[in-house]
Design a binder for this molecule. Structure first.
Ligand code: C5P
Length: 409
């Protein structure tokens, strides 16, 4: 659903918009207007700090509702606004700053926003806005990971100008009002259970090929893409096994996780899990080679040069493709040149239904980023470029494509 496609009043989702204390709060009225144009019923909470940036009148006008604040909360006792407002189909925190994230991660309840979040039953979407250095601080990132582990969703921050004049550009800019409205409404929709009864295997993250007990060959894969596929598939009703190399990510709700280190371990775990799978998605960045001989003791420093003999790892996707059966097989490929041609060649050689091609050099995407910009490539060379999307949205589109290829149950 796009933010501009109206819904009938009976289906109108009830959206709770919480406006947090950042300069980006000035975009909240535009987000409220977009939501209402798309047919949503809105309610608003504004923190005291938010009201330093945006007036209650502009929020109430855009939202066509009263604005609840810490002051109205106490005045309304025992009406318990934090419980009545929590009865919504989705809650979105616009302009979320580090403090709001920290309070929610700790489960605190001394202000209306935090207290309400503790009783919201529907999905929660955070739309952060803060200085890039603050966003990247380990304390903030730890809070984000904790909130993700509660099942909360995040939109942005995105790359661009942020904050007050002179702060410059970086990964701290809040998502735009139309994207906030679209993502909020997507979360409000009941999830299609179109993968119920299907077995999905997803590989994720890097592999580690040890040379000796303390050194290994690896790559910077974060695992985020594969975890997003696993999470999305589970939310659509699939029985999901996620086989992951070392990744600092919480296990998505309802997903069975198997941790591995090397390509050989990944190979045996995937082959075993894939036996009765309907869909296998290989997002893992598998090392092509491993040491011919793994030393059992740490190698001492020696001469000026050193040669390590490497041997080829098995190609897991190709092995599954060689005995494909009725399974749908999806791969990822990272290329620096001749992308479509090379990805089509891989799809053909590995007998994959399609490959999602991405480029390692794109800012904010691929390795470690929260977004990805991919091109779907089939063995016959046909392809479609998708826009830059959150990894979760890429995962949903991947599953839409794969689901259409599944044989009927
Ligand atoms: O490394 P390459 O570009 O060939 O990877 C394309 C796809 O093949 C990816 O989905 C990757 O997970 C998979 N692959 C694999 N086993 C390997 C190498 C890659 O399954 N040894």
């Amino acid at each position: 659903m796009s933010a501009s496609s109206p819904v009938s009043p009976a289906d109108a989702p009830k959206v709770l918009v919480m406006v947090s204390g950042s300069v980006a709060a000035i975009k909240a009225p535009a987000a409220l207007r977009r939501l209402r144009e798309a047919g949503a019923r809105t309610q608003v909470i504004a923190t005291r700090a938010a009201l330093e940036f945006v007036t209650p009148l502009s929020l109430s006008t855009a939202g066509a509702c009263e604005v609840a604040t810490d002051t109205t909360w106490f005045a309304a006792q025992p009406q318990a606004q934090h419980l009545t407002l929590a009865r919504c189909d989705v809650a979105v925190i616009v302009g979320a700053g580090a403090d709001a994230l920290a309070r929610a991660a700790q489960g605190r309840a001394e202000d209306l926003l935090s207290a309400t979040l503790l009783s919201v039953r529907g999905p929660v979407l955070w739309v952060p806005a803060m200085n890039e250095r603050m966003w990247q601080h380990p304390a903030v990132q730890a809070n984000v990971e904790r909130l993700r582990s509660f099942g909360h969703h995040f939109l942005g921050p995105v790359f661009g100008a942020f904050g007050t004049a002179g702060e410059g550009e970086g990964l701290g800019r809040m998502a735009e009002p139309e994207d906030i409205a679209a993502e909020t409404l997507r979360l409000a929709r009941p999830r299609p259970q179109d993968l119920a009864g299907r077995k999905v295997v997803v590989s994720a993250g890097p592999t580690r090929e040890y040379l000796d007990p303390v050194r290994y060959i690896s790559n910077p894969s974060s695992g985020k893409m594969g975890f997003a596929v696993a999470e999305a598939a589970a939310a659509r009703g699939a029985d999901v096994t996620l086989i992951s190399g070392p990744a600092q990510l919480p296990t998505p709700a309802g997903v069975r996780r198997v941790d591995i280190q090397s390509a050989l371990e990944l190979h045996s775990a995937v082959v075993q899990a894939a036996q009765d799978a309907d869909l296998v998605v290989m997002t893992a960045a598998v090392a092509d080679y491993r040491a011919a001989e793994v030393k059992t003791e740490k190698e001492a420093k020696g001469g000026e040069t050193k040669t390590i003999e490497l041997v080829k790892n098995p190609d897991i996707l190709a092995a599954l493709g060689a005995d494909k059966g009725r399974r749908v097989l999806v791969g990822f490929a990272m290329e620096t040149h001749a992308g479509v041609e090379r990805a089509a060649g891989k799809a053909q050689r590995k007998n994959a239904d399609f490959i999602l091609l991405n480029y390692p050099t794109q800012e904010g995407t691929a390795f470690g980023g929260d977004d990805n910009q991919v091109t779907l490539v089939r063995a016959d060379g046909s392809h479609e470029a998708w826009p830059r999307l959150s990894k979760r949205e890429v995962a949903e589109r991947l599953l839409d494509q794969a689901q259409a290829l599944l044989p009927a149950n």
